[in-house]
Design a protein around this ligand. Sequence first.
Ligand SMILES: Cc1cc2nc3c(=O)[nH]c(=O)nc-3n(C[C@H](O)[C@H](O)[C@H](O)COP(=O)(O)O)c2cc1C
Length: 241
Amino acid sequence: MNPTLDLIHNHKSIRKFTGQPIAPEQLDAIFQAAQAASSSSFLQAGSVIRVTDQAKRAKLVELTGGQPWVGSAAEFLVWCADFHRHQQVAPEAKLGYTEQLLIGAIDTALMAENALVAAESLGLGGVFIGGIRNHPDEVVKLLGLPRQVIPLFGMCLGHPDQAPSLRPRLPQALVVHENSYQQELDRALLAKYDEQVRRYYQTRPGSAKVMTWSEQVAATLKKESRPHIRAFLESQGFIQK
Ligand SMILES: Cc1cc2nc3c(=O)[nH]c(=O)nc-3n(C[C@H](O)[C@H](O)[C@H](O)COP(=O)(O)O)c2cc1C
């Protein structure tokens, strides 16, 4: 259709890298793209920590559940919702409202996705790392994050050393609703998608498995999901008790 859409449609997470560093001007362009994202009330409520210290990197591999690509990527970035900056700009600011948590998370996610798309446009690849929220207290200590700053996710970036296949997305008709929410799930369409995902997993090089999307959803959502997060958000001043 056009090169921007081709790039976006072709997104695949990359977890294996060549070891070649990212050129400083490319990194600069990636951060500039991140900062160009839209921002709620122009608050620009996101920050990013570039982790270049190898000892900190090694610790982050451990804290994110032993994901080797956290250590082997040319760059590892920790994306944070940040109201610490605002507190310094406006000491009278009223913080700790749940809405601000959403603003920080939304602004930062928009920045990070812009960064990944920018990286992909330069022939680089990467992957988000939600594992950064496994032990957020430890991440706060390791990276010296003050109150009003929380790590949302990490991101590996580097030169790809793999060419994974596209992971099929839900049929548009299950995602895009017109005028009102279509509450009744189209089960026939879902079954087709489940089959597509099952085939994707079966033929995926390196890590074949047998699973449909529905089975994956059930397996993921039957477990507790980082129940420590509420107390962590309180301790960083992001929500009130
Ligand atoms: C917020 C977020 C957190 C993620 N966390 C991880 C992670 O910790 N480790 C990992 O290998 N992939 C992680 N991923 C990547 C997803 O698994 C991946 O985007 C998804 O399976 C779709 O595959 P694709 O990106 O190749 O299209 C994360 C993605 C997002 C958006």
